[in-house]
Structure formats: C-alpha cells, structure tokens
Design a binder for this molecule. Structure first.
Ligand SMILES: [Zn+2]
Length: 293
C-alpha cells in the first residue's frame, strides 16, 4: 500500500491512513451504522452480523488475500485479522452463509447514499477535467464457471466447447468512485455488445433518476458509438467522449480526410511523450444510425 511498508515510519503511516479512513467511514458516510441496519435472515446468530460484515469490508478495502484464506486459516495472517475483528473469528462457512443471505438491494442503497454524500459535499467537483465532471462507462466480467450457475447467468461456449457461465455488468465510474453498476441479464441480448448497450442505457437512466446530474461528460470506448445509447445520454443531459480505435471505420476515414485538409484545427500540445492534436469538427457524412456494425 505504501512504499515504506516495512519501516517503523511506514507502519505508522499505514496505521494513520487506516484510522483516518475508518473515521471518515463512520463520521461522514455512516457506513458502520448502516451495516448494523442490514437485515439478518439467519436462523441462528452466534456471531453478530456486524462482526462478520465489517471485517470482510475492511479486508476487501485493504485488498488482503481472499477472505476465504483469512477466515479458513486466520493463523496464517499473523495479527491482522485480530486487529479488525472483535471477539471470535468467524469460520469461513459462517461468513459465506451470512453474505449469501444479505439482500443486494440493501447494499446498493448504502452505496447510493454514499454517492449522495459525495455529491452533497461536492467531492466530484474537485477532480474535474476542464471544469467538467467526467465518468467512464465500461463492461466488466465478474466471474465465470463451467460447474456452477444460477438463473441470472450469462453463458457461452469456451475453447473446449464446454458451456461456461459468467456474470457481466456495466460500470459507471470516475477515477475514485463507482457511481453504479448494472448487471447484464440473459435476456438483454444474445450478442455481447447488444447486451452491454442495453445494460448501459439502463444504468444511465437509473443514475439520472437516483442522483440527478451525476456527471457532465461520459467517456466510453467505440462499442458505445451507438445511436440509441447516445440518444439516452442526450435525454439525460449528458455529453459524451467516445474513443475510436479502428482506423478502418468509415467515420474515422471521413474525419482523417478533414484532418488532412487542416479543417477545424484547434491546438496541439505534448503530454509526456505523447503529442496531442485537437480538432473541432462537425457535419460528418455518416450518421450514427449507420455505425451499429
Ligand atoms: Zn449466475
């Protein structure tokens, strides 16, 4: 986490950073208080919910080894689990049992309330680009298995023609904050790209509804150069920046010929080893409805 981890000073810095983090969680975001309010559907509750969920959260934040290792072999972790767990260290089965019973809706609400606080405290206004709050949108695969599956799984054939089950979501994030994520559903479309665009539209509408104007500009890769998606952004009052990689695309070639004619040239500058050139052009021949290819 910190470069001088093994020096006395490093350990102290680490402890201070963790203490500061925990103080913020408690006083500003009220995370521990909200964890205490989660519904506990277990029949037997030998260890309180808080004493399981809070350490799991801290271990995830500190990016410790899997929590399976922590709870199945706490002795291999030196003193670390003991510093975070009050009382008995729960067995890994107890952790798994509790976590699988927690309602994701309740967790999502804690997350949404955290975004509310960040927005209220104008945290997003601190890391702007040219005064704009920028958020990226992209698909991520969460996990996959050929053995286990659930009714919400997406599926595909892997290299050995075996059916592989997986989950994928679309995530909206700024460098330090995840605004939200939308799980892709099997019915979102058989094509990967189709499903991701459907999920992305749902995510943008949901974020707009829950958080209002959460960002100014949405950044995405070429997959999102899609008329219905861009119309969704427009309806929600969002601007967009899309990164094109495929130079064979007609849109790219069209732009290239305008670049060569030096039309709309704005400025050029260097950033590190890269030289960056900026054009401001409109009126491309190809309209967006064509680009769904
Ligand atoms: Zn599943």
């Amino acid at each position: 986490m910190l470069p001088h981890k093994h020096t006395k000073e490093g350990v102290l810095n680490e402890k201070l950073a963790l203490k500061k983090l925990l103080t913020y969680m408690k006083s500003v975001y009220k995370i521990p208080q909200k964890i205490k309010g989660l519904s506990d559907e277990r029949k037997r509750k030998p260890i309180p919910l808080f004493n399981i969920v809070m350490p799991v959260l801290i271990f995830l934040m500190l990016q410790y080894e899997s929590f399976h290792t922590i709870f199945s072999a706490p002795e291999s972790m030196e003193k670390r689990p003991k510093n975070c767990i009050r009382g008995k260290i729960p067995k890994v089965d107890a952790v798994r049992d509790l976590l699988s019973r927690i309602d994701p809706k309740e967790i999502e609400e804690i997350h949404a309330q955290t975004i509310d606080v960040l927005k209220r405290n104008r945290v997003f206004r601190e890391g702007t680009i040219g005064g704009y709050v920028a958020a990226g949108i992209d698909g991520v695969e969460l996990f996959s298995s050929t053995k286990k599956s659930c009714p919400d799984c997406l599926s595909r054939k892997n290299g050995t023609r075996k059916t592989e089950y997986f989950h994928r979501s679309v995530v909206g994030k700024s460098p330090h904050v995840i605004f939200g994520q939308e799980m892709l559903k099997p019915r979102d479309g058989s094509e990967k790209d189709e499903g991701e665009l459907t999920g992305a539209k749902r995510l943008i509408r949901h974020l707009k509804k829950r958080h209002g104007h959460f960002a100014d500009v949405i950044m995405a890769d070429a997959l999102y150069l899609n008329a219905p998606f861009i119309n969704t952004l427009k309806e929600c009052g969002l601007e967009t920046v899309i990164r094109l990689k495929d130079e064979r695309r007609l849109l790219f070639q069209d732009a290239e010929s305008m670049f060569q004619r030096n039309e709309g040239r704005k400025r050029s500058f260097r950033k590190g080893k890269k030289s960056i050139e900026v054009w401001d052009l409109s009126g491309f021949e190809i309209d967006l409805t064509w680009t769904i290819s």
